[in-house]
Design a protein around this ligand. Structure first.
Ligand code: FE
Length: 471
């Protein structure tokens, strides 16, 4: 007897052989997958409390989003068409600075509903705020929403402990001067010990909560914004608590220094290694790629925001060829402008082909791996997530295949990467529980309604005076 059998669909396992079973079935007991196989065989072998009829549907592992900023969802689309730091200092920080804990809960609810309905069951939140993470009330508000939504989240506590160098501070001032009418918000860097203590206390309080669905990592926010001691301390915390750590790295040319690349700097601080996930890695040299490969460092590829902010094209095919594990991330929802890995897979597949004028680059299966099994490995959970195999956690997504734009299809990877939009998701299980049923997120009811979100977003825009942006 098992709890659930999902039966009758086209099952894309993403296992070692990348088997596709048609009709296939997945048997789930508690939070785990106990069997994956042909529908008839599994139905004969197991009785189930609940049978999910997946005929006419595609069944895939829950998608893993390796890099996200949740609050940005409340001002999506606003103040774009500007460079990274112009946007950061003149749009993001003013808006996020105006948010209170209730607003963060609202953003979290909206984010979870959108993510789940696009098949995302795990996400890594780069919880930076204005650089140093969030206060207790906000953390509690956010994490309780994630718990209620029923998905799996990593809360990477952000911090900065190193003051900007004079050249960068002067550059920041020139950026802020472009928009003198908005309410600029910033906070000073923390003392290294205080930042690490805060991170450790969040790990102690929240890591492993929500039936094991919530994780907490150290998240030094930006490579050059954190001291070597802060980076080494973050890595040491990750080792001590058996978690990973993540930071933004080489996102734009402005972040690179003459004396060393970001990756060199991180290496010198002892931060590279198998417990490290680096967001972006756009401006990386061949030598940097070798450093990432030899240390086992993983990369979050945030293709949609790299395109939108026009920071460059990360050398993903070269990183993969060198043996670096790369997962996809949606990054901030303001610039993306959606939390939708299915949409982002298409961007990734197309961008790298045109960028290198090579249609053979990043085939569909390779892109699908970046949202499933490779993304799971990128966050250190490849043994538990990212594929449908016995013994793995039961994070499963069903998509309706009976759609004109999905008809006909030649292969499931091509279908998902090039034809699907994310809107086809019908059912989502996370940790063995049904969290999206017939398109509705059961843990969040139907809240928040769109009118409430729109109204509050506009109030925050007014509070931050973002309606006075000049460009
Ligand atoms: Fe980011």
């Amino acid at each position: 007897m098992v709890d659930i059998i999902i039966s009758g669909g086209v099952v894309a396992t993403m296992d070692e052989q990348r088997r596709v079973l048609n009709p296939g079935a997945v048997a789930i007991d508690g939070s785990e997958i106990v069997a994956v196989g042909e529908s008839g065989e599994l139905r004969d072998a197991y009785d189930a409390d609940r049978l999910v009829d997946a005929s006419g549907q595609l069944v895939i592992p829950g998608l893993v989003n390796t890099h996200v900023h949740v609050p940005d969802i409340l001002y999506r689309g606003r103040g774009k068409a500007r460079g990274l730091h112009d946007w950061l200092f003149n749009v993001k920080h003013p808006f996020v600075g105006a948010m209170d804990a209730g607003d963060h809960a609202l953003a979290a609810e909206l984010y979870c509903r959108e993510s789940l309905r696009n098949g995302i069951t795990t996400f890594v939140e780069n919880a930076g705020g204005l650089g140093n993470g969030y206060d207790d009330e906000t953390v509690e508000a956010k994490l309780s929403v994630y718990d209620r939504a029923g998905l799996r989240n990593v809360y990477a506590n952000g911090f900065l402990d190193s003051g900007s160098d004079p050249e960068f501070e002067s550059f920041a001032q020139t950026q802020r001067r472009k928009e003198p009418d908005v309410v600029h918000a910033s906070e000073p860097p923390l003392e290294t010990e205080a930042a690490l203590d805060r991170t450790e206390s969040l790990i102690e309080s929240y890591h492993g909560t929500a039936d094991g669905r919530q994780s907490v990592w150290p998240g030094p926010f930006l490579a050059w914004g954190v001291s070597p001691d802060g980076l080494a301390g973050a890595y040491e915390l990750a080792e001590r608590y058996d978690v990973m750590t993540t930071t933004h790295t080489a996102e734009s040319p402005v972040q690179e220094r003459n004396l060393a690349t970001s990756v060199e700097y991180l290496e010198s601080a002892g931060y590279l290694g198998e417990r490290t996930l680096l967001g972006h890695c756009v401006q990386v040299s061949e030598a940097d790629i070798r450093r990432l490969a030899t240390t086992g460092t993983r990369v979050a590829h945030n293709v949609a925001t790299n395109c939108s902010i026009a920071t460059g094209v990360a050398p993903v095919p070269a990183m993969q060829a060198a043996g670096v594990t790369v997962g996809l991330g949606t990054d901030n929802i303001a610039h993306n402008d959606t939390a939708n890995l299915i949409a982002d897979m298409r961007i990734a597949a197309l961008l790298h082909k045109v960028s290198e004028t090579d249609p053979g680059l990043l085939p569909a299966w390779s892109v699908l791996e970046m949202a499933t099994i490779h993304a799971a490995r990128a966050i250190g959970r490849g043994d538990e997530l990212g594929s449908l195999e016995p013994g793995k956690l039961a994070d499963v997504v069903c998509l309706d295949l009976d759609r004109p734009h999905l008809t006909p299809y030649s292969d499931v990877a091509s279908l998902l990467v090039y034809q699907a939009t994310g809107d086809e998701v019908t059912t989502v299980l996370c940790n063995g529980a049904v969290v999206v049923d017939d398109g509705t997120c059961s843990g969040l009811d139907d809240r928040p309604d769109t009118a409430t979100v729109q109204e509050r977003s506009q109030e925050l825009v007014a509070a931050a005076r973002l309606d006075r942006l000049r460009t």
